[in-house]
Design a protein around this ligand. Sequence first.
Ligand code: GRF
Length: 233
Amino acid sequence: MTKRLAVLASGGGSNLQALLDYLDALGDARAASVELVASDRATAGALDRARARGIAAVPLDAAKRGEGLLPLLQQHGVEFVILAGYLRLVPRDVTTAYRGRVVNIHPALLPAFGGPGMYGVRVHQAVLAHGARITGATVHFVDEVYDRGPIIAQWPVPVRSDDTPETLAHRVLEVEHLLYPRVIEALARGHVILRDDNRVAVPEAGVCGQFALDDDAAAAGSAIDRMLGLRRP
Ligand code: GRF
């Protein structure tokens, strides 16, 4: 049985699309399927992408993104909650009920350049303003504080001297689309575990935590697979 995912998104939903495409490509081998997409913005592109695929698409008013969120997830039999550009704080009853089963992707290397107000182009502006040489993408478990939960996986993106916030955002987003679906698949397979002591374990990983600075998407994809134990070294 595939694990039932809900994706929460506020924007265009390119990470949602990357996840759908990745799971499609895995076909019957996939361990997860997207059963619900919800958004605090009724016009979010993510809702359109869901409707186009016949996936339940639910706009969230103030009540539904507050005390109504947990019942909504339960009604849809959701097992994992995937934040993909969701700009609201997830209520504590959800992060508690789904401990170790709510994840987020952030377009920088946390704990740098994260926290309240650090989203979208602001993240990349801050990276450039600080003169950071390396940025990247971070996938982490979600608790009741923005961008704080334990880190599951990161992938680096070198900052170029001629980067603008927009060019940097574009290259980080490419990495997000490689990294996030793989982490979600690994999570659904039970490869990634949040232990009681709040440490992340990836028992199946061939080369746990190892990465290479590589611009080649296929090579990066293979290395991420090994990092998450989706592929043997
Ligand atoms: C991504 O950069 C993600 O890291 C951040 O919000 C953005 C969402 O983009 N949390 P999209 O809606 O998936 O295109």
